[in-house]
Design a protein around this ligand. Structure first.
Ligand SMILES: Cc1cc2nc3c(=O)[nH]c(=O)nc-3n(C[C@H](O)[C@H](O)[C@H](O)COP(=O)(O)O)c2cc1C
Length: 339
């Protein structure tokens, strides 16, 4: 029987890229190691000769937490960034083109010198780490590297490290928790993506497994009973407020325009920043509550003077203990066979 740790090792690994010939599946493997909202992995890939097409898997939408598909497109952007990093490591320059009408992103692969960057090397290790960090500030040099990695076309990243800003972020996150936990539809959507036991997490290869989130592993009946009581704004706030207080910095991603093209770009920016953080030994976790609740988004923008048309994502960064990593579905299950 495969243990959870073995399943993680099998999924989160480097693949040989030297003799790929016309088989582009190894690039898709790297794309699938990207972050995605609730670990929904809302992507489908079509491999053609020297071209990969990425399209949204609308069956994996989360209409309550993500009614306009913002997070879905951000997740596709995360996968796209990994794909482009892996393409360079395989000796291709990827040229991307997003078609707003079909929501498809085409990546044309042009032969180029092999470039195995530090960001590429970090792809299997990058993960969201929801542990408590040690409260140490990040250095100016680290903040500069993170800012360079996290900015893109029409997307900027603001790194807030002073104490007052962090306290203010914590207030907004707590308000977001209060509103989200008061919404039964939001809770029931979240529950659909919870995976309680290792066997269930391995069989599904997606969703949020208890120990990854800091909860124990349990049989489904017990886990679902326990979360009925444990899923509360109060419990979440205690974790989040302390988590934010003990972070070294907060990252806020902002798009100049509020449309899928920019959401895709915001995903690429997050993924690069997260890979750069991994290279530096810095952990991160999302604290998106204040930007997921539409009514709070405007207030958050004003409170921090971050401008832009859409605050996309909020993260806490710092150093702390690692947590179990999340799984993915096998590459074969996300590839469309060309018709
Ligand atoms: C757009 C987006 C929004 C997310 N929002 C949250 C969030 O609010 N809270 C959280 O704990 N994780 C959040 N995540 C992290 C995902 O749950 C995580 O990427 C997924 O479970 C896979 O795990 P990994 O990133 O560690 O590989 C988000 C990820 C994305 C891409």
């Amino acid at each position: 029987m495969t243990t959870y740790a073995q399943a993680v090792q099998t999924i989160r690994r480097h693949l040989p890229l030297e003799d790929m010939a016309d088989d582009l599946r190894p690039l898709v493997h790297y794309a699938t190691l990207a972050a995605s909202s609730h670990n929904t992995q809302p992507w489908r890939f079509r491999c053609e000769r020297r071209r990969i097409v990425i399209r949204p898997d609308l069956a994996r939408r989360c209409p309550v937490v993500d009614p306009d598909d913002h997070h879905l497109f951000v997740s596709l952007g995360c996968a796209l960034e990994n794909l482009l990093q892996a393409a360079r490591a395989a000796g291709f320059q990827g040229h991307m083109d997003f078609d707003a009408a079909s929501s498809e992103t085409r990546v044309e692969l042009e032969v180029a010198p092999v470039e195995r960057s530090a960001l590429f090397e970090a792809i299997p290790r990058r993960q969201c780490t929801r542990s408590e960090y040690d409260g140490r500030a990040l250095t100016t040099g680290e903040l500069q590297l993170l800012e360079q990695a996290g900015r893109g076309e029409g997307v900027s990243v603001h790194l807030l490290s002073d104490r007052r800003a962090r306290d203010k972020v914590a207030e907004h996150v707590a308000e977001g928790n209060r509103l989200q936990f008061a919404n039964p539809a939001w809770k029931s959507e979240l529950r659909e993506w919870l995976r309680y036991s290792a066997a269930e997490a391995i069989a599904r290869g997606d969703g949020l497994y208890g120990p990854v989130m800091g909860s124990p592993s349990a049989p489904r009946w017990l886990g679902s009973l326990a979360t009925r009581f444990a899923l509360s704004a109060g419990a979440q706030n205690r974790r989040d407020v302390e988590g934010i207080r003990r972070s070294g910095a907060i990252a806020v991603f902002v798009s100049e325009a509020d449309d899928p093209r920019h959401w895709l770009e915001a995903g690429r920016c997050y993924q690069r920043l997260a890979l750069q953080a991994t290279v530096l030994g810095i952990a991160h976790a999302f604290i998106n509550q204040p930007v997921e609740v539409a009514a709070l988004r405007g207030r958050f923008t004003e409170a921090f003077g971050v401008g832009g048309a859409r605050v996309d994502l909020v993260l806490r960064l710092g150093r702390g203990p690692t947590m179990p990593a999340s799984l993915r579905r096998p590459v074969e299950s996300v590839i469309d066979v060309p018709g």
